[in-house]
Ligand binder design. Structure first.
Ligand code: DON
Length: 307
């Protein structure tokens, strides 16, 4: 595939934004222009990327932050500790539901990609306070996305913090069950990690590291262990798109993670890292045009991992 073919697929899918709606539960996200679509594909074989559309536009990483923060928690605390705290089962519930912990008398959040599990993951990040935790998260995101310009979007952060009462209830529920200790500290770091501005290209690079077994293809430096890259891709496959994960696996078939900022990344083992951005979302909180475009790419390049 070349830039021109990719541009044609972007053009074909652009109008899908009309079938969705930008996130409005966080006021700063409601202001984002829905008429945007961009994609970067990092090709491991040629160590090169192809791209089309709005690939350099900055948007809030939101739930895609759950991927780098999980990788950092594993680096900090080890696989055993992280997955003693957070399970690895899909939930079938919305991303901010408390049900994943209530059903079956489970005390532990069911996976690191629903909000409860992500908040518990953030609580495991090393650092003496929220400031230090977030600084470490930011430095790690810059490294794994190969993007030194990733910064906190203060307006999104303030919006997240102001409207974050469901996340607060999840966090206090977990504190009541001895899952996490410091609620305000953990939530400050969690709201901030969701509020950093990234690009489709940066997300493609993060996904390329996962696709490449933990090694950054642009530098040949190992960033995370092969084992953690494998585990994270597995969880992306079963829980990366919330209660749409099963449908996505059937109809698209690659490990992926979404965010309500309109981002979507896919790590295709040993071949491609893909970053997509289009802010209008479906009912589950996933980018409508992003999913359709990714589906076309997967078909065009024959990437369905279940084939
Ligand atoms: O916790 C929240 O509500 C958001 N900051 C992140 C949620 C998110 O991106 C869910 N996504 N699809």
């Amino acid at each position: 595939m070349n830039n021109k073919t990719l541009q044609q697929l972007v053009d074909k899918n652009f109008n899908n934004y009309k079938k969705g709606k930008v996130a409005d539960y966080i006021p700063a996200l409601a202001k984002v222009n829905p008429k945007q679509l961009g994609i970067t594909i990092y090709d491991l074989k040629n160590n090169d990327r192809i791209q089309a559309g709005d690939v350099d536009v900055r948007f809030a990483i939101e739930s895609m932050s759950k991927v780098p923060v999980l990788l950092l928690a594993i680096k900090d605390r080890g696989i055993k500790k992280v997955f003693e705290t957070i399970n690895t089962e899909p939930t079938g519930f919305a991303f901010n539901s408390i049900m994943n912990m209530e059903i079956n008398h489970r005390k532990h959040p069911m996976n690191p990609f629903v909000n409860a599990g992500a908040i518990a993951t953030t609580s495991l990040i090393n650092g003496k306070d929220a400031k230090e935790k977030f600084e470490r998260i930011l430095a790690f995101m810059r490294e794994i996305c190969d993007d030194p310009d990733i910064t906190l979007n203060k307006e999104i952060y303030q919006s997240e913090a102001k409207t974050g009462d469901i996340n607060r209830s999840l966090a206090y529920y977990m504190k009541g069950n001895q899952m996490i200790e410091e609620v305000p500290e953990t939530l400050e770091a969690y709201f901030k990690q969701c509020s950093v501005d990234v690009t489709a290209t940066g997300m493609a690079k993060l996904a390329a590291v996962l696709a490449n077994k933990g090694v950054a293809p642009w530098s040949n430096q190992r960033i995370v262990s092969e084992e953690s890259a494998t585990i994270v891709k597995s969880i992306m496959t079963t829980a990366g798109l919330y209660d749409e994960s099963g449908e996505f696996s059937v109809h698209v078939g690659v490990p992926a993670k979404s965010g309500v900022g309109g981002g979507l990344m896919a790590a295709v083992p040993n071949s491609y890292g893909i970053g997509v951005f289009s802010p209008a979302l479906d009912n589950c909180g996933n980018s409508v045009a992003g999913i359709q475009l990714l589906k076309d790419i997967v078909q065009e390049l024959d990437l369905d991992i279940f084939k």
